[in-house]
Design a protein around this ligand. Structure first.
Ligand code: HEM
Length: 325
């Protein structure tokens, strides 16, 4: 209740993290496509901020889609993250309702190498390097955007469930051919090391392309985005949950798809990509939906897009430029 929030004796969420380090806590804010019209700021809406289409193969749950305001809270200590969430949530009482929450994790290996996703593959190898010219052109909003959005970017979020029981039954060779990379080293199947670019003309001993044309690597190579996803593992969900799978009703027993989707185990990738142009995501996702071998093992259940305002200057606040337009 609002009265309790305004009162002196309100719950002190800071106590939750008393004595803990800041744990590299960050909060990233995102503004959804409908927010601008709802707040009378339609004229200032970033030029490319449109709701994402539904893609072939998606099985989206309304409960995990869209939203007007995104808070991405990251840190190395879940207790600190939880504390930040409680503090921020408290401030939204009275003008916001909670749409959805996702909780993910990522563990870089001790040697500082690329973290792995729950399929066991290194994920993020060919991301552009923050601070590089390549990163700047791929990620930061372009000149054709409203002035206040200079230094901002677009975040695409997708909750992508992995069909891990099926994946775990696939041979190492099948897994490698699906991604176009060697799982342990992360190297392209055409040779070299993890960070080397693939050679799509290379052929294997069987005379076939070493990196299959329908592998994830071939279909996504050099798409202009910065991916920063997190793994999630919600464990076994039981009846009544939003993610208990509908597939059982969509495919008759014995059909090709039957059986893969019915397991109530919900784990996968909280895919997040930052890009100057969300059209790049759309184009890449359409290519994946049309022919990526990976599609057999994944299904998107949540989807959203947000404009990420530039960072706040000292003494300023997030998106303050928006209110001066
Ligand atoms: C659960 C779903 C997904 C998994 C398991 C996955 C996994 C991977 C892996 C293992 C790599 C190679 C390592 C790397 O360069 O980071 C990779 C690269 C990449 N993925 Fe995905 N991915 C998924 C979904 C997506 C989606 C939805 C998109 C965009 C529509 C995407 C776009 C890319 C791009 C652009 C690259 C870098 C390609 C390159 O420049 O060579 N991925 N992904």
């Amino acid at each position: 209740p609002k009265a309790a929030i305004d009162g002196d004796d309100q719950f002190d969420a800071e106590a939750v993290a008393a004595g803990l380090d800041p744990a590299r806590l960050t909060v990233t804010f995102g503004l959804g496509p409908e927010l601008f019209a709802k707040t009378g700021l339609e004229a200032a809406r970033p030029a490319k901020l449109e709701a994402l289409p539904e893609f072939d193969g998606d099985r989206l749950q309304d409960a995990w889609c869209g939203g007007d305001l995104l808070l991405q809270i990251c840190g190395d200590d879940l207790q600190v993250v939880s504390n930040a969430f409680l503090e921020l949530r408290k401030r939204a009482v009275g003008f916001g309702t909670l749409g959805w929450v996702q909780q993910g994790f990522s563990s870089p290996p001790a040697d500082g190498g690329t973290p792995r996703n729950l399929m066991g593959f290194k994920d993020g190898s060919l991301n552009p390097e923050p601070g590089s010219a390549d990163f700047d052109t791929r990620v930061w909003a372009s000149d054709s955007e409203p002035d206040w959005f200079a230094g901002g970017t677009y975040l695409v979020f997708r909750k992508i469930r992995m069909k891990l029981p099926a994946w775990s039954m696939a041979s190492a060779e099948e897994q490698n051919l699906t991604l176009g990379r060697e799982r342990d080293s992360g190297a392209p199947l055409s040779g070299g090391g993890e960070f080397d670019h693939p050679d799509f003309t290379a052929v294997g001993g069987d005379g076939l392309p070493a990196v299959p044309a329908d592998s994830h690597l071939a279909l996504t190579h050099e798409a202009a985005m910065f991916r920063r996803g997190f793994n999630y593992d919600y464990g076994f969900l039981t009846q009544g949950d939003v993610s208990s799978d509908a597939a059982a009703h969509e495919h008759a027993p014995g059909t090709a798809d039957h059986g893969h989707d019915e397991h109530p185990y919900d784990a996968g990738l909280l895919f997040a990509s930052f890009q100057a142009d969300p059209g790049v995501f759309i184009e890449t996702q359409e290519k994946m939906a049309a022919s990526d071998r990976l599609m057999e093992f994944i299904v998107a259940e949540g989807s959203a897009i947000f404009a990420i305002p530039p960072g706040a200057a000292e003494g300023g606040f997030v998106a303050d430029g928006l209110f001066r337009t």
